[in-house]
Design a protein around this ligand. Structure first.
Ligand code: 7TS
Length: 400
């Protein structure tokens, strides 16, 4: 059996999405900006795709949704353009990001720090969530941007973007949120909250890879990152990814339709699976499940290196993740676990299971048996676990 439980990394393309994209490769392949029928043949598809994208996040027509190549580009764009416009010119000197943003935000912030920008890395609490009060505490009259993700990719923790958006509005500071892990898992409505910039990426909700977007509220237009032929109203040059726009539109429409299913059926499957995993001795989950996206579990198995667990699961045909990047030689600890202040041994034991609307109960039953077998095998050969034997009551808190 093959079981895919790494949906926070990427997802299977919905076959309906693939079908809608297909004509735009060998039939309707014109450059939409050319002046002939090959070009105009692409226009209805682009228009329909864009309308679906606007509808899915309830974006008003006067606001912009600019298509990019991925969420990484969208995140880079916001931070770097704010830097060019406000920091390089000396009008402001400071931005805030949470300390558990995706690397596309964190490494960009670090890069800008090297250019002289002050950066506050907002901490997360013991549940893995940013406290809105910390945004208020660090706000200065020189703050140019606050960037806090809607939901974390590793824990699934949902961040208080409504409160943070309000604090930003009070201070007249632009607010960006990386909603990559929120689309299709939580209701995302750019008019319900104060959001100036919102990032998303099609491949996280059963659309194609290589197409993302940035929502930009009217009046908050950014300096372009990519200069060139002035496509996308001059905001983002480069020939339009026609099939990508068609595919992202269809995928977003389907994600909104499936949202209720995700929030009920997928959540229920996730909860039951998690209950069973937690029956294994010495297992820990940081963020309470009601404060998480419906599809995600980040769980630690004391005494077991995450990578060893992945190896055993992979041999059983199961794809999961440690949620941490592997440096070439050192195995890095999970960054969220580190930020929470988990004991070093636990930070290396986190495994992320992320479900989707395609996950079945049968797959989870099979995975549970594989995890149980891996735990027995790996704890049996674990030197660190030998000092914390089964039943030993050493929870996360005891190790602080
Ligand atoms: N932002 C968040 C919150 C993400 O989870 C990811 C990908 C990105 C941005 C980057 O998206 P892309 O479209 O540029 O690829 N996250 C993950 C992950 O959790 N495991 O692999 C990729």
């Amino acid at each position: 059996m093959n079981v895919y439980l790494d949906n926070n990394a990427t997802t299977i393309v919905d076959p309906q999405v693939f079908t809608e994209m297909e004509p735009y490769f060998v039939q309707k392949y014109g450059n939409p900006n050319s002046l002939h029928a090959f070009a105009s043949d692409t226009h209805p598809g682009i228009k329909a795709g864009m309308e679906k994208i606007y509808a899915a996040i309830n974006a008003p027509r006067e606001d912009s949704v600019v298509i990019t190549s991925c969420a990484t580009e969208s995140n880079n764009w916001v931070l770097k353009s704010i830097y060019f416009e406000y920091i390089l010119t000396g009008k402001k000197n400071h931005i805030m990001v949470s300390e558990v943003e995706h690397p596309s935000v964190i490494t960009t912030a670090k890069f800008l720090e090297g250019l002289g920008c002050k950066v506050t890395y907002l901490p997360i609490n013991h549940e893995g969530i940013v406290d809105p009060q910390s945004v208020r505490d660090h706000m200065t009259d020189k703050t140019a941007l606050v960037s806090v993700m809607w939901a974390n990719n590793e824990t699934g923790a949902i961040f208080p973007v409504e409160e943070i958006g309000n604090i930003c509005k009070e201070h007249g500071v632009p607010f960006h949120t990386d909603a990559v892990q929120a689309i299709g898992k939580l209701p995302v409505d750019v008019q319900a909250f104060n959001v100036d910039y919102l990032t998303f990426s099609a491949h996280k909700f059963h659309g194609p890879k290589g197409v993302g977007a940035l929502y930009i509220k009217k009046g908050k237009e950014l300096i372009p990152l990519l200069h060139g032929g002035a496509q996308m109203g001059g905001y983002r040059s480069g020939t339009l990814n026609v099939a990508g726009i068609v595919g992202m539109g269809k995928a977003m429409e389907a994600a909104v339709e499936a949202l209720e299913f995700e929030m009920t059926a997928v959540r229920k499957m996730r909860d039951n699976f998690e209950d069973e995993l937690l029956k294994i001795t010495d297992t820990f989950v940081v963020t309470p499940r009601e404060k998480r996206t419906p599809n995600t579990i980040l769980i630690s198995f004391r005494g077991i290196e995450g990578e060893s667990m992945l190896w055993d699961l992979n041999r059983a045909g199961i794809g999961a993740s440690t949620g941490s990047a592997c440096a070439s030689e050192d195995l890095e600890a999970n960054s969220v676990m580190e930020a929470i202040g988990a004991a070093e041994d636990l930070a290396h034991t986190a495994i992320r299971f992320s479900l989707s609307r395609y996950t079945t109960q049968e797959e989870l039953d099979y995975t549970l048996r594989a995890v149980q077998a891996a735990v027995v095998r790996l704890r049996g050969i674990s030197s660190s676990y030998a000092y914390a034997p089964e039943g030993h009551n050493s929870g996360l808190a005891a190790h602080h």
